[in-house]
Every structure is written in structure tokens, then in C-alpha cells.
Write a protein that binds this ligand. Structure first.
Ligand code: C5P
Length: 219
């Protein structure tokens, strides 16, 4: 298998748990891990800090080109500041979804994502890992769960109850982001014909990781 093929591409909607599964699979195999959504989140945050509008394609693409971001020591840095938590807010998630619709921004981030692949192999998670960034991946997975279950997982992460106004808001934010990611013209969220479906609605993290490792052992 060539290094280019030593890639597992995991795509799916927000809050599906793909990040947790992907990073655990990477650790189990000794591969590097790419959280591609973090790059879109970093771009949205950087644009906000630099007072660029999220829909201003030229301005945001120029910022994405020179994004002063680093992934090190288990944290995510922007311009020398630890922004690991700041990029996880729902507002920045929406910003990420907005800047991700701009073709020039996607083009600006493409090589940067490919550069994560070194000799070890890579597990990448996002929306277009299998379709655009690593079309030659050895294994492509579409990881999803029902919107209700994803909202419950997000609520638990935030220490909120799985009912009530705050919960309804989480659910509608998730549905709005899914809709935007699916309907956009460039690199829309989709299950590719050559991707295996991993529905985690009734599956725990350990079982999901095991399933991916099992599939990978057979490619
Ligand atoms: O995965 P995460 O929720 O962190 O991604 C944030 C947003 O970035 C997504 O809603 C999506 O619009 C965008 N994204 C993308 N392509 C990727 C990863 C994320 O368009 N490969």
C-alpha cells in the first residue's frame, strides 16, 4: 500500500462522534490525525478577530492562506494563543459552516490538509475527506447518527439536560448546519458510493472504533 493510500477518511455530519472515533482509530494504528473541521473553525475565528465578514470570499480566503495555526501538545493554537476551546462554540461552528461554502477558502486549505499525511498514515475526519482531500484513501467511512442522538450527545458534553429550550436550540442548530453542509455547491456532505456506512445511533464509541479497525484490517 502506498503512503497516499495509508489513509482512512471519515466523513459525516456535526456531533456524530466522528472526531472521537477518528482520533482513537489513529492512536490504535499509530497514524496521525487530521481534524479538518478545526481548520474551518480556525478560519472563522481568525476572520472574526481580523474583522472580516464570513461571506467575504476574497478576504477570508486571504486569511485562510496565511492562517497562523498550529496543532501541538494536544492543543490548537492561533497566532500564539490556545484556542482549543474558543473554536468549539456553536457560533464559531456556524461561522465555519459559512466560510466552508466559499470555494476559494476550501482551495486555500486543501494543501494544508494534505500535508498532514506523513509516513505514518493518517485518519482524517470532516465532510470531504473521501471526496476531495484524499480520494485515494484505502478506507472511506460515512459516520452518522440520528439528529436527536447527536443533539443529546452535544447536550451531555455541555452538561445540559436532554430536553427543554436549550436542548431544542442545540437540535435546531445541528439540523441547520447539516442542511447547509448538504446543500452547498462545493464539496457537500454526502455518502460516497465507495464509503461504508457507520450508523452510531445505537453504537458506543468502543464498538465504533472496533468496527473501523476491523474494516481497515480487511482492506
Ligand atoms: O466537524 P466540525 O463540526 O468541526 O466542522 C465545522 C464546519 O466546518 C462544518 O459544519 C462544515 O461546514 C465545515 N467543514 C467542511 N469540510 C470539512 C470539515 C468541516 O466543510 N472537511
Amino acid at each position: 500500500m502506498s503512503v497516499k493510500q495509508k489513509v482512512i477518511a471519515i466523513d459525516g455530519p456535526s456531533a456524530s462522534g466522528k472526531g472521537t472515533v477518528a482520533s482513537r482509530v489513529a492512536a490504535a494504528l499509530g497514524f496521525d490525525y487530521l481534524d479538518s473541521g478545526a481548520l474551518y473553525r480556525l478560519t472563522a475565528l481568525y476572520a472574526q478577530q481580523q474583522h472580516a465578514e464570513w461571506h467575504d470570499e476574497a478576504a477570508v480566503a486571504a486569511l485562510a492562506e496565511r492562517l497562523p495555526a498550529e496543532f501541538k501538545d494536544g492543543s490548537i493554537w492561533l497566532d500564539g494563543q490556545d484556542v482549543s476551546e474558543a473554536i468549539r462554540t456553536e457560533a464559531i461552528g456556524m461561522g465555519a459552516s459559512a466560510v466552508a461554502q466559499l470555494p476559494k477558502v476550501r482551495a486555500a486549505l486543501l494543501q494544508r490538509q494534505r500535508d498532514f499525511l506523513g509516513d505514518k498514515g493518517l485518519v482524517g475526519d470532516g465532510r470531504d475527506m473521501g471526496s476531495v482531500v484524499f480520494p485515494e484513501a484505502a478506507l472511506k467511512i460515512f459516520l452518522t447518527a440520528s439528529a436527536q442522538v447527536r443533539a443529546e450527545r452535544r447536550a451531555k458534553q455541555l452538561g445540559l439536560p436532554c430536553e427543554g429550550v436549550a436542548f431544542d436550540r442545540i437540535l435546531s442548530d445541528i439540523e441547520a448546519r447539516d442542511e447547509a453542509d448538504r446543500r452547498r455547491a462545493v464539496a457537500p456532505l454526502q455518502q460516497l458510493p465507495d464509503a461504508l456506512l457507520l450508523d452510531t445511533t445505537d453504537l458506543g464509541i468502543e464498538e465504533s472504533v472496533k468496527k473501523v479497525l476491523d474494516w481497515y484490517s480487511k482492506v
